[in-house]
Design a protein around this ligand. Structure first.
Ligand SMILES: [Zn+2]
Length: 455
């Protein structure tokens, strides 16, 4: 039924194109500002089977019609982009990135040396690297308030190239760590929590990021979550520790992050029971979880096979001196303090991932992109690859966790997240069969965002 409707919309557009062709020659053809992606197999982000020999018409920044060769004609004058031999997909989402960091191993040094360049250089470079990797939307979870908003808005206004960002601004937490006050805001009592959330909501953040809520009072946690919801902002909560999860669930957090609990073998029974209680409540909508698991699964491989660290793709947008500084910090991948426990965590990850899945959460693709060794150019495809090849998730479910579901979680599914008529034209195309070989996503051939082709 759905596909039939799509075809009808296509037929109407085609009809309009015919009428236009009858007009005087001085008029540019209706197709002149249109793009047509023709021939590839479309995985549209909905759950149905792929559409072979697809035709996608892009008019300005939107998708005007989706159909197939033979039933949906390409209007005269349209720019035709052949997608023959390719898989065509919605632009990917990464639901957990940090644009203020780009892979350097030493956060203290990074903040001291480059804070003044976050807004002008670092965050734009990260957003551009994401876009060129096929990530057309990203949730940026933790950054200085004004810089986050300004970079997001400059991208949205078309002034700089980058993934569409959904930003949290500062982390909301019990107490900022030393020298991080510019992007971590401490909460002293429920009133202060409400005031701080109101301030970032009024400034225009898209989401509220909660961390260390196990160190807050329960009244503070509730105040933060309630105030966020009163302002229409979903709450995303760090969840590495058991009590972070318990408190988050009680307060009504919308989305949890990470595959946590350090080296413990699994999530305790009471947490799984509480998650099941929550996921059983249909009226609350899905409970989302972003496992950010690839960095943990891939650390030992990267440590021993560091060629990917030499890929110049991650230099994009960064001055040479900063690139050199990052490279130096990663000289000894085996010595990075950040990852010393990772080898011991790795064997617990698949079980924890499955526990969450079986408890009914909707898992989302997100990567903690920007952390040491985890470049914005490589993290997202690696997360999809890890889900399929290590964790046994089917490719279609994995792709929907990077397209359809993120758009629903951010309440923008009427605008993006699928390749269907009326949506923004955020589309990628990759040579080969992505459903059979998911790691092909490491090299996207076509990236279109809001109708503009970037690759
Ligand atoms: Zn993070």
């Amino acid at each position: 039924m759905r596909r039939l409707r799509i075809c009808l919309i296509g037929a109407l557009v085609f009809g309009a194109a015919i009428v236009t062709r009858g007009q005087p020659a001085a008029q540019p053809a209706a197709g002149a500002r249109m793009k047509a992606l023709v021939g590839g197999t479309l995985v549209d982000g909905f759950a149905g089977p792929p559409i072979q020999n697809s035709v996608i018409l892009v008019d300005g920044d939107k998708i005007s019609a989706v159909g197939q060769v033979g039933t949906l004609a390409v209007p005269k004058g349209a720019e035709v982009i052949s997608t023959e031999g390719m898989t065509v997909l919605p632009g990917l989402w990464d639901m957990h990135v940090h644009t203020m960091i780009v892979g350097h191993a030493d956060y203290d040094h990074w903040d001291k040396a480059y804070f003044s360049q976050f807004e002008s250089v670092i965050m734009p470079a990260a957003a551009k690297q994401l876009l060129l990797a096929g990530v057309t939307s990203a949730r940026d979870l933790g950054g200085p308030l004004e810089a986050s908003i300004n970079v997001r808005d400059r991208i949205n206004a078309g002034k700089i190239p980058g993934a569409t960002l959904y930003v949290s601004g500062p982390f909301i937490q019990h107490e900022p760590y030393p020298n991080t006050e510019a992007y971590r805001w401490g909460v002293k009592g429920p009133d202060d929590g409400r005031a701080k959330v109101k301030k970032i909501a009024d400034a225009g953040v898209d989401v509220v990021k909660l961390i260390d809520q196990d160190q807050m009072t329960m009244e503070e946690v509730r105040a933060v979550v309630d105030e966020a919801h009163r302002n229409g902002k979903p709450v995303v909560a760090h969840s590495h520790r058991p009590e972070e999860i318990r408190r988050g669930l009680i307060a009504g957090v919308d989305c949890f992050e990470h595959t946590g609990l350090a080296t413990a073998p699994g999530y305790p029974d009471d947490i799984i029971a509480a998650i099941r209680e929550r996921t059983g409540k249909m009226s609350l909508g899905p409970l989302y979880w972003t496992p950010t698991i690839e960095g943990l699964l891939n650390y030992e491989y990267l440590r021993d096979n560091p060629e990917a660290l030499d890929d110049p793709a991650w230099h994009e947008g960064l001055p040479e001196a900063i690139v050199a500084d990052i490279r130096k910090s990663l000289e000894h991948p085996d010595r990075l303090p950040y990852f010393q426990l990772t080898a011991a965590r790795r064997p617990t990850l698949a079980h924890k991932f499955t526990q969450l899945r079986e408890a009914g959460v909707v898992q989302l693709i997100g990567t903690d992109s920007g952390i040491p060794m985890n470049f914005h150019t490589h993290s997202t495809w690696r997360e999809l690859d890890a889900w399929v090849t290590v964790l046994g998730v089917d490719p279609m479910t994995t792709i929907r966790a990077a397209t359809y579901w993120p758009s629903v979680a951010m309440k923008v599914d009427s605008k993006v997240g699928t390749v269907s008529a009326g949506k923004y034209a955020d589309i990628i195309a990759v040579r080969g069969d992505v459903l059979r070989y998911i790691s092909l996503l490491q090299r996207v051939d076509v990236v279109i965002k809001h109708g503009v082709r970037y690759k």
